[in-house]
Write a protein that binds this ligand. Structure first.
Ligand code: DHE
Length: 560
């Protein structure tokens, strides 16, 4: 229906012959009580919005607006080649997942909840409220002012090798001493806490929760604790700090999924300085009401952040040298930008446009797109991994949620010894056989191994295991390590997904999390990177749903 006609449409319905009016009546979405709606809304926010968007316009996950979740009025499921879903099909998809990358929810949601969610997504999406600078400022809590904080490190921990570990479902991070493997502190943070990032100095940890709560932890305190908090939005995933010379620890920036905007703050207090909306045009020239802020990284060669806008496919280089007069370079790449990391030279940033099956590489020195590289389905690099390939020279690697490979892309280098590889640059030089459902890959400059997880794979054994390649000879079969078995913990109903390899500061150990059931005691299994033998199982009744682990030194210096 044309925009100019849409008001007339409703009135005209009343005059239609009975059979057609009845058909329109059948087109009404499934009815729900207010309580059911509230419950479904909560589950949608917690479990679905990340991939499908608050407005359900689709990104990593498919569009879930009623025009295709609901069957046609006559019950048919096809219209001009578009498949319509309907209650039964939706219930199946939610329960069992799809080959396209949707995970199965039958071990997370009950049958009733799956039925409820299927009804909910046939109804019109709820639009959450906006969130202004004033409200952002009102949420700010300075718990320990700067002048009341330690002037030097007050504990004896080796802070370089401290790990900030996400305890996803308890909304906490555990600060674990990488040398002794002791839990030094468990800190309350935001709901379904997502990632940690480090200030340039390595003193402050910034932790962002999915509820938009940003927590600032001071590692110099005798017992590291939260010294400031800010609610940057209602739904958030990313944060970073200013790392350019002269701006160390000065600013922080956090990206919000809803409302679609980013917030610039003072680095040591989180006092908000500026809120910038990301609404605007996609690379295809269409207006998007919900362009969410995906990954953010901080350049060390310019006072700039690379801010990746998911739905528009626009990569922003935001110059923070004068935040009152903010200058932004907008680089068109491809939709739907997600996560990414630096190449080995830290001049190029490579980010997954995951639903377009592409990697975009930005030259941050020239402020231009360097390449758009086609890959297999749904690349998901985390931050990716850099190493020197025996045949192809420097490469950056990404795994895939939707394909059974790890993709190696040749990256440029100023080092004359790599000049012979120049003609390979920005090409996919190898696809290493893996399995779908991979989220994170990792290596370390001092390591000879390459690690890739597969936590989203539907097979229990595969999801609980991690694959390790010998980088000196990538044709050798990879080694599969069952992390759940290595933990020695009793089996649980929920799959314990082995997720997010992270190196110790010296590159000798690899830490793997076991992401288990919402209330199950779980563990981090620490491997000797050389021998691949278990070195230590870190477990504790408070170790519930450990996922991302952020080694202070590696995160501070973007080593991956
Ligand atoms: Fe993440 C990074 C978004 C689900 C663990 N995740 C990122 C980044 C984004 C993102 C945009 C890049 C941040 C940056 O670098 O600034 N993640 C999303 C989602 O939208 C998604 C798909 C769905 C959701 O509802 O949130 C999602 N993420 C997850 C998980 O379920 C994971 C596996 C477990 C968890 O604890 O939430 C998870 N995401 C991570 C981790 C990183 C991450 C560990 C950082 C990787 C790194 O090595 O830096």
């Amino acid at each position: 229906m044309k925009k100019s006609n849409w008001i007339v449409g409703a009135a005209a319905l009343a005059t239609l012959p009975f059979s057609i009016a009845q058909a329109f009546a059948q087109d009404a979405p499934p009815t729900m009580t207010a309580d059911e709606k509230a419950q479904a809304k909560k589950i949608y926010f917690e479990r679905c919005a990340g991939c499908h968007g608050v407005l359900r316009k689709g990104a990593t996950g498919k569009n879930l607006e009623p025009h295709w979740t609901k069957k046609l009025p006559d019950g048919s499921t096809q219209e001009g080649g578009t498949l319509k879903l309907g209650q039964n099909r939706l219930e199946k998809i939610i329960a069992l997942g799809t080959e396209g990358g949707m995970v199965n929810f039958d071990d997370i949601l009950s049958k009733d909840e799956i039925s409820l969610m299927s009804k909910y997504i046939q109804n019109t999406p709820d639009v959450p409220p906006e969130y202004s600078f004033k409200e952002t400022m009102e949420s700010w809590k300075l718990l320990v002012p700067v002048d009341q904080r330690p002037k030097k490190q007050m504990n004896s921990f080796n802070l370089k090798n401290m790990f900030s570990v996400t305890l996803r479902d308890t909304g906490e991070v555990a600060l674990i001493d990488g040398d002794t493997k002791d839990i030094r502190s468990i800190v309350k943070t935001g709901y379904a806490v997502h990632i940690s990032r480090l200030s340039k100095s390595g003193r402050y940890v910034y932790v962002i929760g999915r509820d938009g709560r940003l927590s600032l932890i001071d590692l110099w305190m005798e017992k590291p604790a939260v010294v400031a908090e800010l609610k940057i939005g209602f739904d958030a995933r990313s944060v970073d700090t200013s790392k350019f010379k002269g701006f160390e620890d000065k600013y922080a920036v956090a990206g919000s999924y809803w409302p679609p905007q980013y917030v610039i703050m003072d680095g040591d207090t989180l006092k908000p300085r500026k809120v910038v909306s990301t609404r605007g045009m996609t690379v295809d020239g269409e207006y998007h009401p919900e362009p969410r802020v995906a990954s953010i990284v901080s350049s060390e060669i310019k006072p700039e952040w690379v801010i990746n806008i998911k739905e528009t496919g626009q990569i922003l280089l935001v110059d923070y040298s004068d935040i009152e007069n903010l200058k932004t370079t907008t680089i068109a790449s491809a939709k739907f930008l997600h996560d990414g990391g630096w190449d080995a030279s830290k001049r190029y940033f490579l980010v997954a446009a995951n639903a377009s099956h592409k990697i975009a590489a930005v030259d941050t020195k020239l402020g231009k797109l360097a390449a758009l590289i086609d890959t297999k389905k749904i690349p998901h690099p985390g931050r990716g991994a850099n190493f020197v390939h025996p045949q192809f020279g420097p490469v950056w690697a990404t795994g895939h949620l939707g394909a059974d490979v790890v993709t190696l892309i040749s990256t440029p280098s100023d080092n004359p010894k790599f000049a012979k590889y120049k003609s390979n640059n920005w090409k996919v030089v190898q696809e290493m056989k893996h399995v779908p459902g991979n989220l994170f890959v990792k290596t370390h400059p001092k390591s000879k191994h390459f690690w890739a997880d597969a936590p989203q794979n539907p097979d229990r054994e595969t999801a609980s295991s991690v694959a390790v390649w010998d980088m000196a000879d990538l044709s050798k079969p990879k080694k599969i390590i069952n992390v759940a078995k290595d933990s020695g913990l009793p089996e649980t109903k929920a799959i314990r997904r082995a997720v997010h390899p992270e190196y110790s500061a010296d590159g000798t150990e690899v830490w793997m999390s076991l992401w288990g059931g919402k209330t199950d005691q779980s563990a981090i299994v620490v491997y000797d990177d050389k021998t691949l033998a278990v070195k230590k199982v870190i477990t504790d009744p408070k170790m519930i749903t450990p996922t991302g682990k952020f080694n202070v030194y590696n995160t501070q210096h973007d080593i991956y």
